[in-house]
Design a protein around this ligand. Structure first.
Ligand code: COA
Length: 180
């Protein structure tokens, strides 16, 4: 996604910034490999390294269908605590899918995910001209479902027994927010 390289978006709690390979450090890679943090992420099935993660961030930066942002917490002295992604962006239908990871566990439960989702919805509406945002949450990922709900998403459907979690079928909740 081509946006100004110095692009930043701020709320009271967070600063969103365009994620680049140089923002990937050992702490970021550790989030991806931590089974407590990646429990509900499809990225959990492979081991991540600095190189693989930097390459992933570069591919996102190069893709016109992806806007990948880092999340910094004001309360934690501007520390990089997670990421939020809008992808794929489907300009023909005005659609975008959101994925979020607040990887720094000391930052959980402070409203950062809700804020980041709401801020990205603003960007999607006002800068990208999108019309509808979607997200998928494992049914038992209560924190994620609540964060999307707080940011104005509703449940538009579900895929029953869709994924396997610890070998057991798990329903995928389909969340959506219309931007008009
Ligand atoms: C799920 C996740 C995004 C939540 O981030 P967060 O910054 O802690 O979320 P918020 O602080 O905005 O919380 C929103 C609401 O959910 C609640 N909540 C957060 N985590 C929770 C949990 N594990 N269990 C129950 N409620 C939880 C918060 O208390 C808050 O509720 P409230 O408004 O009633 O106080 C974060 O824990 C995370 O990134 N987890 C790992 C990756 C992941 O699962 N991503 C989502 C994939 S769809």
């Amino acid at each position: 996604m081509q946006l100004e390289r110095s692009a930043h978006w701020r709320t009271d709690r967070i600063d969103l910034f365009l994620l680049k390979p140089q923002h990937v450090d050992a702490a970021y890679v550790a989030w991806l490999n931590d089974p407590l943090i990646n429990r509900y992420l499809e990225s959990r099935f492979v081991v991540h390294t600095l190189d693989s993660t930097r390459a992933f961030v570069q591919r996102c930066l190069d893709s016109p269908q992806t806007l990948f942002l880092g999340v910094r917490s004001s309360a934690l002295a501007g520390r990089h605590v997670g990421n939020i992604k809008l992808a794929p962006i489907d300009a023909r239908h005005g659609l975008g899918e959101i994925g979020i990871l607040i990887g720094d566990r000391s930052a959980w439960g402070q409203g950062l995910a809700s804020d980041a989702i709401a801020a990205l919805a603003n960007i999607a509406k006002h800068q990208l001209g999108l019309r509808k945002l979607t997200a998928g949450c494992y049914a038992s990922n209560v924190g994620s479902r609540k964060a999307f709900a707080k940011a104005g998403f509703e449940t538009e459907g579900e895929r029953r027994a869709h994924f396997l979690l610890d070998g057991h079928p798990e329903t995928l909740m389909l969340m959506a927010r219309w931007l008009d």
